[in-house]
Design a protein around this ligand. Structure first.
Ligand SMILES: [Zn+2]
Length: 142
């Protein structure tokens, strides 16, 4: 038994940053630490598709209200339009590719893992991650 508990879920998030603006994984982690006193996600995917591990899988994240145990959090940089007025799927092709790489890795490592977007959790009144995770996965054959 680890702090995280058996891995059962993988939740996808956006950083709610404007389309096309580079924000580093380090910066996102610093914001989370300032706001919540801890690192929220296990991975952050930057605009160029680079994947940054921000927590180990055996560490508890802080990304879905009271559903963090056994839940891996992946956050992509972006998720808002340029004007910061509306949620938008701003994933670059490189980010989509990396997201899929991570999803496939976790599916291989933890058979039966449930993959959803933040907004797919009950009682979440957010647009995060600004796209329909199930529809996207179906579209790419996952
Ligand atoms: Zn989220």
């Amino acid at each position: 038994m680890t702090a995280l508990g058996p891995v059962k879920y993988l939740t996808i998030h956006c950083a709610a940053t404007p389309e096309g603006r580079h924000v580093s994984a380090e910066q996102i982690t610093a914001w989370d630490k300032a706001k919540f006193g801890m690192t929220s996600y296990h991975w952050v995917i930057e605009l160029d598709g680079s994947m940054h591990r921000t927590l180990r899988d055996d560490q508890l994240g802080a990304h879905v209200g009271s559903h963090n145990s056994g839940n891996i959090g992946i956050c992509y940089v972006g998720g808002m339009d340029k004007a910061m007025k509306a949620p938008k799927d701003t994933r670059t092709d490189a980010q989509k590719k990396s997201l899929l790489t991570l999803i496939r890795t976790y599916k291989g490592r933890y058979p039966g893992i449930v993959i959803r977007g933040h907004r797919d959790w009950p009682k979440v009144n957010k647009a995060c991650p600004s796209f329909d995770v199930a529809a996207w996965l179906k579209g790419v054959g996952e």
